[in-house]
Design a binder for this molecule. Structure first.
Ligand SMILES: CC1=C(O)/C(=C\N=C(/C)C(=O)O)C(COP(=O)(O)O)=CN1
Length: 456
């Protein structure tokens, strides 16, 4: 089996710097032990997120020069609309500045006070917008998804019994839609199978409940279907993506991930009436319905990015790099979420720091320790990200207490992955020395972005 390399070569580089350990210790204290509050210039390898951090292609950059910055009717909008209709199959497109812009609109439109929104595990902004609209998120993902060691190949599958029980218990009229994410971020970048999605479709059709698809990383999910689901080995990624979308009634997308742009998003809907309502809301919150908070040039780059995102060699290289890092860490004996995810490798902070209770914020602590060791920035995906129960005010204590090493698309080389793995190994070897953190400042919403912590 011959080696295989990325299907591109580098045409432009952006120098990065490595500051000293002393400077990194100062920087993390300055940032209140929150990696979101570090300055980019103090970060060596930035694995905080794959959101908006990917490299655009020369074609996308060329598209930036074709920005039709007309306020209304920009040519770039129609190119974006065509790309979404062609690759995703949805009829109507409402552009937004990024994913949460679309989540805000669809939540306000479809959810009424006291509703329940079932979904395959929560995502932070998605759940918050459902709550702000008066709804309650209900997790209907299979139990295996909450077990980092479980190697189920499709951990994002829906537990159909859980879903049907909820519908029977609450009544279909209090379930505005089922929220299905392709490649579930908080479970460790795990896919749903087409077989399961078809069963979800059958069940929701029985009760006439729509499915709204969070398609932020749909191409990565399609890649795992091609790798793991019988019958799809020879089906092109773009056809799998199209089939996934065809089983849903609409979608929100943060285009900052799979679609390879630094800003952008949209809401896509098949229902004409809902589309008109969404179009009317977008002008209140995002911008005219033909730009929705994006410049014309951004929409052009996005239309091109969508085309590139479903290209076989691109997605194979993208997911392949994540698998490479994950395999290295498994070989080093570092506890990570299995199977290895699509957009990142998730360290099992609870298992790495068993001497810390969840109240000592193990994932937050581990992310800070990793940064001090090497300048590698990661993101907390544990109790801090889970926030507080919006009724009781108590912390939500998730099963999964993870640190996400999120790989931007087409940015880092294999050498960077090797440096990251060695740093994780060094911190892992020294794990007994690590002591916990506590909150110093905690904002009301999405606290993981802006909280500050201190050593206990
Ligand atoms: C699955 C999913 C996401 O992962 C997501 C944003 N994710 C971020 C920022 C991340 O770091 O994973 C969003 C929100 O998108 P936005 O960051 O507003 O463009 C929606 N769905």
């Amino acid at each position: 089996k011959r080696s295989w390399a990325e299907p591109y070569k580098i045409k432009m580089v952006e120098p990065v710097r490595m500051i000293s350990r002393e400077e990194r210790q100062e920087a993390i204290e300055e940032a209140g032990y929150n990696t979101f509050l570090l300055r980019s210039r103090d970060v060596y390898i930035d694995l905080l997120t794959d959101s908006g951090t990917s490299a655009m292609s020369d074609r996308q950059w060329a598209g930036m020069m074709l920005g039709d910055e007309a306020y209304a009717g920009s040519e770039n909008f129609y190119h974006l609309e065509e790309a979404i209709q062609k690759f995703y199959g949805y009829k109507h497109v409402v552009p937004t500045h990024q994913g949460r812009g679309a989540e805000h609109i669809i939540s306000q439109l479809m959810i009424k006070e006291g509703d329940f929104v079932p979904g395959n595990m929560y995502f932070t902004t998605t759940k918050l917008h459902q709550e702000l609209a008066g709804g309650t998120f209900v997790d209907v993902i299979i139990d295996e998804a909450h077990d980092p060691e479980n190697e189920h190949p499709f951990k994002a599958n829906v537990d159909l019994e859980k879903l049907e029980r909820l519908i029977e218990e609450k009544g279909a009229d209090r379930i505005p839609y089922v929220s299905i994410a392709t490649s579930v971020n908080m479970a460790g970048g795990q896919p749903i199978s087409l077989g399961n999605l078809k069963k979800v479709r059958e069940l929701t059709d029985k009760y006439d409940i729509p499915i709204i698809h969070d398609m932020t990383r749909v191409a990565e999910n399609a890649y795992f279907i091609k790798q793991r689901e019988p019958g799809y080995e020879d089906v092109p990624i773009k056809d799998i993506v199209h089939e996934i979308c065809s089983l849903t009634d609409g979608a929100t997308m943060s285009a900052k991930k799979d679609a390879l742009v630094n800003i952008g998003g949209f809401l896509a809907l098949n229902d004409e009436e809902l589309f008109k309502l969404a179009q009317n809301m977008v002008v209140v919150y995002e911008g005219l319905h033909t730009y929705g908070g994006m410049a014309g040039r951004d929409m052009e780059a996005l239309a091109i990015g969508i085309t590139e995102s479903v290209e076989e060699n691109h997605i194979r290289a993208r997911v392949g790099q994540v698998q490479y890092l994950g395999e290295k860490l498994l070989d080093m004996g570092v506890p990570i979420v299995k199977p290895i995810g699509s957009h990142g490798v998730f360290l099992n902070a609870r298992k790495i720091l068993p001497h810390l209770s969840q109240d000592e914020l193990p994932a937050q602590t581990l992310a800070a320790a990793l940064y001090v060791d090497s300048g590698v920035r990661s993101m907390e995906r544990g109790v801090v990200s889970a926030g507080r129960n919006h009724e009781t005010g108590e912390h939500n204590y998730p099963e999964l207490e993870l640190v996400r090493l999120t790989i931007p698309r087409r940015v880092y080389t294999q050498a960077h992955m090797d440096v990251v793995a060695e740093s994780v190994e060094a911190v892992y070897k020294n794990r007994e020395e690590i002591t916990g953190l506590e909150f110093d400042y905690e904002p009301e919403y999405l606290r993981f972005f802006q909280s500050r912590f201190k050593k206990r």
